[in-house]
Design a protein around this ligand. Structure first.
Ligand SMILES: C[S@@+](CC[C@H](N)C(=O)[O-])C[C@H]1O[C@@H](n2cnc3c(N)ncnc32)[C@H](O)[C@@H]1O
Length: 250
């Protein structure tokens, strides 16, 4: 390691999974218990934060939909600044740092600043919610591929998705951050050829003790979310696998 890297702190981007501390990896737990400072998002649960030893500074950087306490470039900068004053900086993120978590942007910034870093994988919402809600993401004969898409887009820009590529009836589509633009997403998917009667489910706070699930169809997803007042964090899963989930949940 070059000598200038040794003088600065080391940043670890740690995936905290969907929220239940039992779904942390052992490595994530070790870092949570040994960091000199913890920088965390809203999706990191209180139960996980309670594993941070007393006296260790915890810095909340927000990221509720539409209410970022710090902007992404400010978070990037904060990590660089903390590396001047602390040895081990833990950047704790919900799910997996490299799945819709902007962890790779933080890593790019750290590299530019000459700061060493590591990444600890976490259980991403799709895997966590799928297993916890007994929704298989693939199933022989029904779903041979899975797509993860984000329903979030930059202010003033439309969703930049190749909608026709989601029309394969044997593909499970998992939508992260989908509630805000749901009408638009569903309209585009159906217009592009996905059958509106495809089974669908919403999982709110998946893999935690607050988990809520509703079954519906692609075309009725917006109405179901509205009627049952689903709030973030919620994951939308579309595909024939929802029929299997109904059997597995009996
Ligand atoms: C900014 S993304 C972060 C994703 C995270 N990096 C991951 O790998 O799961 C936030 C979105 O992930 C989904 N999400 C995260 N945790 C969830 C949970 N416990 N239950 C349902 N959805 C969740 C929701 O769609 C939420 O809006």
């Amino acid at each position: 390691m070059p000598s200038d890297l040794q003088e600065k702190g080391h940043v670890v981007l740690v995936g905290a999974g969907p929220g239940d501390p039992e779904l942390l990896t052992l490595r994530a737990l070790r870092y949570i218990q040994s960091g000199d400072v913890i920088v965390h998002d809203r999706l990191v649960s209180d139960e996980i934060l309670s594993l941070v030893p007393d006296g260790v500074e915890k810095i909340f950087v927000g990221k509720a939909p539409g209410h970022h306490i710090l902007k992404q470039d400010e978070i990037n900068q904060l990590l660089v600044e903390l590396a001047q004053t602390h040895k081990l900086i833990i950047r704790l993120k919900g799910g997996d740092p490299f799945v819709f978590g902007r962890g790779s942007e933080e890593a790019e910034h750290l590299i530019k600043a000459g700061i060493s870093y590591d990444v600890v994988p976490g259980i991403t919402a799709a895997a966590g919610c799928g297993a916890a809600a007994r929704i298989p993401l693939t199933h022989r004969g029904l779903a041979r591929s899975v797509r993860f898409i984000t329903g979030h887009h930059k202010e003033g820009q439309g969703l930049d998705i190749e909608w026709a590529s989601l029309s394969d009836p044997e593909m499970t589509v998992v939508i992260y951050m989908g509630l805000k633009n749901l009408d638009n997403i569903i309209e585009k998917m159906i217009e592009a050829g996905r059958d509106g009667n495809t089974p669908a489910a919403i999982v709110e706070n998946g893999a935690t003790d607050k988990q809520r699930i509703a079954y519906t169809t692609l075309k009725d997803l917006p109405q179901t979310c509205h009627d049952a007042n689903f709030k973030p964090p919620s994951l939308l899963i579309v595909g024939q696998v929802i029929e299997v989930a109904k059997v597995l949940n009996q």
